[in-house]
Unconditional design. Structure first.
Length: 361
């Protein structure tokens, strides 16, 4: 009797694995759940008020296609917390109603595919004034400086309109890293010295604007996570001094560029630009000089300044009269991080082209 040869179980398992890898290679895809790469955002023409239309930007996501997106608008307190779902507000736009007076608005974006789903929340709008004659925000408050223990942060009130005079109070807040909890730390004023108790948190300000018609509030973006002041030299850990980058082939990387406001809706409001520099080993770089200029030149060009102990530097850039303000348009910027004394066409410099959107008011 003829017997078929017996195939070892290990060979069967190996053949199955090869077939699976071949199938995966053929499709060119890795099966992954959605992962957020850039947070969702809300855009609108300031000042926010009843009948203002809010537009949802879902942010950037990675994952196996197709990815479906769901939207839920939220009504929150003046700190952007304590949020509740707004009934029947599940589209890509939302029109502010009178019930939103005295509240901020946020947005949840849920991305889902066959492998899972993930929800990410957009930052809060400014407060919708309960009284139309109360102050209304035209551009948000800002915080600049290096969030490192012992360093000083500086806040602006933003710009406002409403019956004059308008009086401002700046409250400093400490938030957890996920920005799901923010608590006033009792400090007020335009400057704040970062404390050791702030390590691991993000700092921001809430600005209360008050006139005879009422009080409105607005929130700044948060800083990067506060770090402990590094010891002498390069800082150790995840921070390296620019003089210690290389010589084993490491270079500088313009890792992150954040514009505020974004989109830009006015030539009269300075643009705050925060730039983060790392090396090719993903370490934050302290002391790297940063050059930034619009292309073509339609803004002021700041003097090159060094990154702080958290690898960031913040500039205030003023749009010129020829800065284009129109829908569906972006202004490009050239950014270069370099080490002082290096040859201009060599050394460890890193460059990047970035852009900021514009929108007609």
């Amino acid at each position: 009797m003829h017997r078929r040869p017996r195939i070892a179980p290990a060979l069967i398992a190996l053949a199955a694995l090869v077939a699976l890898l071949a199938a995966t290679s053929a499709t060119g895809r890795s099966e992954t759940a959605p992962s957020n790469q850039k947070e969702p955002s809300i855009t609108y023409v300031s000042p926010i008020k009843v009948n203002t239309i809010l537009n949802a930007n879902k942010g950037d996501w990675n994952g196996t296609e197709p990815i479906k997106y769901a939207y839920q608008w939220l009504r929150c307190n003046t700190d952007g917390l304590g949020c509740n779902k707004i009934v029947n507000a599940t589209g890509t736009t939302y029109t502010v109603v009178s019930a939103d007076g005295g509240h901020t608005i946020r947005l949840d974006v849920t991305a889902s595919n066959a492998n899972g789903k993930s929800t990410v929340r957009a930052n809060a709008t400014s407060e919708v004034p309960a009284n139309p004659q109360a102050p209304t925000e035209l551009s948000p408050p800002t915080v600049s400086g290096n969030p490192v223990v012992g360093q000083q942060l500086t806040a602006t009130t933003g710009t406002w309109q409403g019956s004059k005079p308008i009086n401002f109070t700046i409250h400093w807040q400490a938030c957890n890293e996920a920005i799901t909890s923010c608590v006033a730390n009792g400090s007020r004023g335009t400057t704040y010295t970062v404390a050791s108790s702030d390590v691991g948190k993000r700092m921001r300000v809430r600005v209360d604007a008050k006139n005879d018609a009422g009080t409105s509030s607005a929130l700044s973006d948060t800083t990067a996570v506060v770090t402990q002041q590094s010891g002498g030299g390069g800082g150790g850990g995840n921070v390296v001094d620019v003089k210690d980058v290389g010589p084993a082939g490491e270079r500088l990387v313009v890792d992150k560029v954040v514009f505020n406001p974004n989109p830009v809706t006015s030539r009269n409001v300075p643009i705050q630009v925060t730039i983060t520099v790392r090396d090719t080993n993903s370490k934050l770089v302290k002391g790297a000089l940063v050059f930034i200029r619009s292309t073509p030149i339609v803004t002021s060009t700041p003097t090159d300044a060094p990154t702080g102990a958290n690898g960031t530097v913040t500039y205030s850039i003023q749009p010129r009269s020829d800065f284009p303000i129109k829908n569906g348009y972006s202004v490009q910027f050239f950014v270069k991080a370099y080490r002082q004394g290096d040859p201009s066409l060599a050394g460890i410099s890193g460059t990047r082209l970035v852009q900021v959107a514009t929108h007609t008011p």
